[in-house]
Design a protein around this ligand. Structure first.
Ligand SMILES: Cc1cc2nc3c(=O)[nH]c(=O)nc-3n(C[C@H](O)[C@H](O)[C@H](O)COP(=O)(O)O)c2cc1C
Length: 361
C-alpha cells in the first residue's frame, strides 16, 4: 500500500541512517527480502462476482482469542530507537485495534511494563518471542516472568542459530541506542542492539528436543517461528507446537531461502489444519492477507510496516501509538475490502479457489 511506502520514506528522512538501515536491511544481497514481497504478487486473485458481501467481518479466532482481523504485529527488536514510547506504543496500538502484539526478547521495554500497557487497552492476548540465551538459567528466569505477567504463548524463533550477515549493519558498525535507552532487563543490561557476534549470545545448540524444556520452564504453549519446510512443520507438530510461523525473518537470516508465500503452501499442506499456520515476510496490503489465507494461513504478521508507523505515522506524523494504529487500521480496512472484492464475507470463506499461481513450479 502506498501509505506504507510513504511512512517508510518519512522514517528514512527522520532517523539516523544506521537506524533506518537496521530496520530496512536484510542479509546478504537482500534477495530474500525482495522475493518475499514479489512472491505475493505472483499469486493472482480469482474474485467471484455477485456474492452477497453486505456484511463482511474479517475477525478470526486464533488459539482461543478473537481478533479483529488476521493481522498481527511481528516481534521487532529495540523499538525505542524509533520512538520514545517504543514497544509500549506498539502493544497499545495492537490492543486498541483488536490485534495481537508479540514482544521481542530484544526489546527496549521490560516485559512487565509492556504487559501492563497492553492490558490497560484490553489486549485480547499477548505473546512473547524467545531467543534462548547461552546461559540457560537466564532464559529460565525470563520464562518464569513471561508466565507471571500473563503472556499466553512463547514464540520460539528458530531461524537464528547464528546471526545473518547484514551488510548494511556491518557497514555502519554497531547501532548506538539513544541516550537513556537500554535493552530491557530481561536480557541483561548493557547489551548492544547490533547482531551478536558468532560466539556468545544466543544458544546455537538449540534443537527440537528443547521445546519441551521451554514449555516446562514457561508453563505455556510454544509457537515455532521460522519454519520454511514441510519437514520442519511436521517436527514442530511432533514436538507439541501450538502453531507455526512460516518466516525467513524478513530476509534477515539466510539470503536465498524460499519466499514465505511459496513455503506457506508447502507447510499448510503438510500441517493439514492440525494447528494454525501463520506467515510473515513482505505482507503489505489486504490483498496480500487474502492471498495468504488462500494459501492456507490462519493469519499474517507484519514487521517493518509498523516500524515505519511507529517512527513517522499518525495524524500529526509523530509516530508512537497513533502511528502504529494508522498502519494496523489501514491493513485491517484493506483486508475487509479485499475480502469483499474477492467475494468472501469471512476469512474462513477464502480458499485455494480464490487464487491462481503465476509462474510457480
Ligand atoms: C528490524 C527488525 C528486527 C527484528 N527483530 C526480531 C526479533 O527480535 N525477533 C524475531 O523473532 N524476529 C525479529 N524480526 C523478524 C520479524 O519478526 C518478522 O519475521 C519480519 O520482520 C517479517 O517481515 P516484514 O518485515 O517483511 O513484514 C525483526 C525484523 C526486523 C525488520
Amino acid at each position: 500500500m502506498l501509505i506504507l511506502r510513504a511512512l517508510e520514506a518519512r522514517t528514512r528522512e527522520r532517523v539516523r541512517a544506521e537506524v533506518y538501515d537496521y530496520y530496512a536491511g536484510a542479509a546478504g544481497d537482500e534477495r530474500t527480502m525482495a522475493e518475499n514481497a514479489e512472491a505475493w504478487q505472483r499469486v493472482w486473485l480469482r474474485p467471484r462476482a455477485l456474492v452477497d458481501v453486505g456484511a463482511v467481518d474479517p475477525a478470526v479466532t486464533l488459539l482461543g482469542h478473537r481478533l479483529a482481523a488476521p493481522v498481527l504485529l511481528a516481534p521487532i527488536a529495540a523499538q525505542r530507537m524509533l520512538h520514545p514510547d517504543g514497544e509500549l506504543a506498539s502493544a497499545r496500538a495492537a490492543a486498541a485495534a483488536g490485534s495481537l502484539y508479540c514482544l521481542s526478547t530484544r526489546a527496549t521495554a521490560d516485559l512487565a511494563e509492556v504487559a501492563l500497557a497492553a492490558d490497560e487497552v484490553g489486549a485480547p492476548a499477548r505473546w512473547f518471542q524467545l531467543y534462548v540465551h547461552d546461559d540457560r538459567d537466564r532464559t529460565t528466569e525470563v520464562l518464569r516472568r513471561v508466565r507471571e505477567h500473563g503472556y499466553s504463548q512463547v514464540v520460539v524463533t528458530v531461524d537464528v542459530p547464528v546471526p545473518g550477515r547484514r551488510e548494511r549493519e556491518l557497514g555502519h558498525g554497531p547501532v548506538a541506542l539513544p541516550d537513556g535507552v537500554e535493552m530491557a532487563s530481561h536480557l541483561g543490561r548493557g547489551e548492544g542492539v547490533a547482531a551478536k557476534p558468532m560466539i556468545g549470545g544466543w544458544d546455537a545448540t538449540l534443537a527440537w528436543a528443547d521445546l519441551a524444556w521451554i514449555r516446562e520452564a514457561s508453563g505455556l504453549d510454544v509457537i515455532v517461528k521460522g519454519v520454511l519446510t514441510a519437514e520442519d512443520a511436521l517436527l514442530a507438530i511432533d514436538h507439541g507446537a501450538s502453531a507455526v510461523v512460516v518466516s525467513n525473518h524478513g530476509g534477515r537470516q539466510l539470503d536465498g531461502t524460499l519466499p514465505t508465500a511459496v513455503a506457506l503452501r508447502e507447510v499448510a499442506a503438510a500441517v493439514a489444519g492440525r494447528i494454525p499456520v501463520l506467515v510473515d515476510g513482505g505482507v503489505r496490503s489486504g490483498s496480500d492477507v487474502v492471498r495468504a489465507l488462500a494459501l492456507g494461513a490462519t493469519a499474517v504478521l507484519v514487521g517493518r510496516p509498523y516500524a515505519w508507523g511507529l517512527a513517522a505515522g499518525g495524524p500529526e506524523g509523530h509516530g508512537g501509538e497513533a502511528g502504529v494504529r494508522e498502519v494496523l487500521d489501514a491493513l485491517i480496512d484493506d483486508t475487509a475490502r479485499a475480502l469483499a472484492l474477492v467475494g468472501a464475507t469471512r476469512c474462513a470463506d477464502v480458499g485455494a479457489e480464490h487464487v491462481r499461481l503465476r509462474g510457480w513450479d
